[in-house]
Write a protein that binds this ligand. Structure first.
Ligand SMILES: *Cc1c(COP(=O)(O)O)cnc(C)c1O
Length: 365
């Protein structure tokens, strides 16, 4: 069945190993973020296991539903909940996750009660906001006091450490200035509580460049990495960094050709708006041989999120259900019914997983 997306688990394992080794050289441990796995198969477990073979220290996801599913599938590793939890899900947080990111005192108090009720100890990484303006306590004094309060007053919570999030809402680049501040805050908390914190968590994939150029401040010892392990395309093509161990072919998307026709390259009639209310630019390059494949924005988000493996094929555009290709320069003869293979970017990968129409296959070797 098509469209189809194949997940190459051994390639994910290879990238995980590369990222974990690079991290280890910098004194950093990696938690593998399994977000972007589908709900319908045993994807989470397969990806979690590939990441573990590659050397991640533990696992994480942003959704409680995913973590619950991983437990159902028999994943027994340490799992961290990434999204600061909703009040109603706290019983599940304590039951299924070993630790969570936190920033709200009210939630922490309720979490303490829940952990006490379940007779468990739950790990907490307290988040501080260093300027990206998503989650985390902004005021440094309030942050410090909250950490000390968890340590002294909440016996069923274990303050594992502190963390921050960058490059999300505010598009802020992790750098020596903001991450040194995180280390400073960790050292001050350690002084107040009289012990070392196990974790000082300096972000996710967007912090990886600091491992490459060895600028990560000493004291940052943990990163939560998803995209960098699952699909290195953006790091390689947008950031243009020499991550020679990252791969772009961990996922391959295939779609079937439903029409081949020679057509003009410039639309005929009065140009107004396309199916999404936009007016793209069209270039007149005469008659071209075009193929339509049965995959669209509903599956991949945007037509420029897929890259044909055969580079003589060009993606011209698309709509909800169709992707239009220029195959004029393609050396291989093509006909309706043939399959075209693409490498997705991260956006397309996430969309394919969410699309109920895309069949997902796991490839083990
Ligand atoms: C998703 C997420 C990550 C991982 O982000 P990547 O860019 O995929 O590495 C890390 N931390 C938090 C809080 C997240 O939600």
């Amino acid at each position: 069945m098509y469209p189809k997306m194949t997940v190459y688990l051994n390639r994910i394992e290879d990238t995980a190993r590369y990222v974990c080794e690079l991290a280890a050289e910098n004194g950093v441990r990696i938690t593998g973020v399994v977000k972007s796995s589908d709900n319908y198969s045993n994807s989470y477990k397969a990806i979690a296991e590939a990441m573990k073979r590659g050397g991640v220290a533990s696992l994480a996801d942003s959704r409680m539903k995913t973590i619950e599913r991983m437990r159902e599938l028999g994943v027994e590793d340490h799992i961290l909940l990434l999204r600061i939890p909703q009040m109603w899900e706290l019983p599940k947080v304590v039951e299924f996750a070993d630790a969570s990111l936190q920033s709200d005192p009210g939630t922490l108090a309720a979490l303490e009660e829940e952990a006490a009720a379940q007779e468990k100890t739950h790990g907490v990484i307290l988040m501080t906001d260093l300027g990206d303006l998503r989650e985390g306590i902004f005021d440094p004094d309030v942050f410090h006091e909250t950490a000390v309060w968890i340590e002294r007053e909440l016996p069923h919570l274990h303050l594992l450490g502190i963390g921050t999030n960058l490059g999300c809402y505010g598009s802020i680049v992790p750098d020596v200035t903001n991450l040194s501040l995180l280390v400073e805050r960790a050292r001050a908390i350690e002084k107040s509580i009289g012990r070392k914190l196990e974790i000082v968590s300096g972000g996710g994939t967007s912090t990886l460049p600091m491992l490459l150029d060895r600028t990560l401040p000493e004291g940052i010892n943990h990163l939560r990495v998803g995209e960098g392990i699952l699909l290195g395309r953006d790091l390689v093509t947008i950031w243009k960094l020499p991550f020679d161990g990252l791969r772009m072919d961990t996922y391959v998307v295939e779609a079937q050709i439903v029409e081949i026709e020679e057509k003009p390259s410039y639309p005929i009639g009065r140009i107004f708006v396309d199916a999404f209310g936009n007016t793209p630019e069209y270039i007149d390059s005469g008659m071209r041989m075009k193929a339509i494949v049965a995959i669209g924005k509903r599956d991949i988000g945007s037509h420029d999120a897929l890259f044909p493996i055969d580079e003589t094929i060009k993606v011209l555009g698309g709509s909800s259900d169709h992707l239009i290709l220029d195959i004029t320069d393609c050396k291989v003869p093509m006909s309706v019914g043939d399959i075209v293979a693409f490498l997705p970017n991260y956006q397309a990968l996430v969309n394919c997983i969410e699309s109920s129409d895309v069949t997902i296959l796991h490839h083990f070797d």
